[in-house]
Design a protein around this ligand. Structure first.
Ligand SMILES: Cc1cc2nc3c(=O)[nH]c(=O)nc-3n(C[C@H](O)[C@H](O)[C@H](O)COP(=O)(O)OP(=O)(O)OC[C@H]3O[C@@H](n4cnc5c(N)ncnc54)[C@H](O)[C@@H]3O)c2cc1C
Length: 413
């Protein structure tokens, strides 16, 4: 039965992991990506883990060298720039663009189509194929349909119409500056360490990443607690339109950009403020938790952010996406098994893993919650992570089982 057909909706991280793994397992693969132009330059850094590197190898990406920037330490500073805590920690930091380019290059070009916006789905069953319909009316049938269409997934909405993402009471500003454009002290401190700095209602993480142009950038994620009124203002453009799910960088009002740069000077020490100042473009992102009670129906499986979204404190979105893809690949094998039964097994393996990631991320985010919004458990986590050493040690570290490696599959492997 080798050569059975899979259609993958979404050509970002999860979609490309699945496409590469299934292609290597002998499936005919079609990736349908909504964007009309190649995905690149999203300006974000990605923290890698041992599990993620092993998953990249399973997807056909060589990880021997030159993947990213290798760091050996983590630091926390106070507002004056004095070191509050430091720990030894080896990790490779990549840029989103570079990771995406490597996964894309590993897949034959004919398997990937841009400008394919999937709008309708039928899930299929043991005896009939799944099907999707694109905005231009084109139909695609599949033995295995994979929903890798991210946090606001159309396919997930059809499967789980009552299960929505929950918005966290803080937002994330992100940015990226060329390391060589920073002052010498900032180059040294921010270019050689993974930095986590926490102040009341604020947390900034910075680290250097290797861009897909071969240059080193320093990237930051700056979490800021917001009131509902502040959120409303930040995500409203100059014409008065509110963008609750995320605002394009070019629509962020100039006064908010200027205020963020000013606030960085007030909240953090000079080098982090300089990083914010020298970042060409500031991105503003909504932070959400998303869970799924099941990850399949008929011949369709949810993977990556279409299934579960954990707040970025855990830095696990890509590993989880790759782990979902790997678990799915193991469960469906070469396609000769009953696909709906294989997907039921996949779902029972991965739902607990997604729940774990969401819960761990909420615990790490407890320090950012307003005191009035903290449950007794979250109060304990906020207290625990008030210690900068604990926050350094637990931010963006590998979670057990997420990569789905070394898991036994009995007859399915
Ligand atoms: C601030 C922040 C920091 C982060 N830091 C890290 C980190 O350090 N490490 C890490 O591992 N993760 C991190 N993440 C999470 C990570 O970026 C995501 O988990 C990961 O990108 C999810 O990939 P995905 O392919 O599931 O979804 P997405 O990347 O959202 O991709 C979905 C794709 O589907 C396409 N699509 C959507 N709808 C349709 C449709 N109807 N038809 C066709 N195509 C469609 C979209 O265009 C998109 O290309 C971070 C996230 C944030 C917000």
């Amino acid at each position: 039965m080798a050569g059975r057909k899979t259609v993958i909706v979404g050509g970002s991280m999860a979609g490309l992991f699945a496409a590469n793994m299934l292609h290597r397992a002998g499936w005919q693969v079609s990736v349908l990506e909504r964007s009309a132009s190649p995905l690149s330059g999203r300006g974000a850094g990605i923290v890698t883990h041992t599990g993620m590197l092993r998953l990249l190898e399973k997807a056909g990406v060589a990880t021997s060298d030159g993947l990213g920037v290798a760091l050996k330490q983590r630091l926390s500073f106070d507002r004056q720039g004095h070191i509050r805590a430091d720990i030894k920690f080896s990790q490779i930091l990549m840029s989103w663009s570079r990771l995406h380019a490597l996964l894309r290059c590993a897949l034959p070009a004919k398997c990937y189509a841009l400008d394919r916006w999937v709008q309708q789905v039928s899930f299929g069953n043991s005896s009939s194929a799944a099907e999707v319909v694109c905005s231009d009316g084109q139909r695609y049938q599949a033995d295995l349909l994979i929903a890798a269409d991210g946090v606001r997934s159309t396919l997930r909405a059809a499967l789980l119409p009552g299960e929505h993402a929950q918005v966290a009471p803080y937002v994330a500003w992100r940015g990226l500056a060329l390391q060589s454009a920073l002052s010498r002290p900032a180059q040294r401190r921010l270019g050689e360490s993974f930095v986590v700095v926490s102040e009341p209602g604020e947390e900034m993480i910075s680290y250097p990443v290797l861009g897909d142009d071969g240059q080193v950038y320093v990237n930051f994620v700056w979490y800021r607690r917001v009131t509902p009124a502040q959120r409303q203002a930040l995500f409203t453009d100059a014409t008065g339109v509110f963008h609750p799910d995320g605002i394009s960088p070019r629509l962020i009002r100039s006064e908010h950009l200027a205020q963020a740069r000013r606030d960085a000077k007030a909240c953090f020490h000079a080098e982090l403020a300089e990083l914010v100042e020298r970042s060409d473009e500031l991105l503003l992102q909504v932070i959400v938790d998303q869970r799924a009670s099941v990850m399949h129906r008929g011949r369709m499986a949810l993977i990556g952010d279409a299934a579960f979204v954990a707040r970025p404190h855990v830095g696990q979105g890509v590993t989880k996406a790759g782990g979902d893809a790997w678990a799915l690949c193991q469960c469906v094998g070469d396609g000769s098994l009953d696909i709906p039964a294989a997907l039921s097994r996949y779902s029972s393996l991965r739902v607990p893993v997604g729940r774990l990631a969401v819960q761990r991320a909420r615990e790490l985010g407890a320090v950012l919650l307003p005191a009035s919004a903290r449950s007794a458990a979250m109060r304990r986590w906020a207290q625990y992570y008030a210690d900068p050493r604990a926050l350094l040690a637990d931010t963006a570290v590998e979670l057990p089982g997420l990569a789905h490696l070394d898991v036994g599959f009995g007859g399915l492997a």
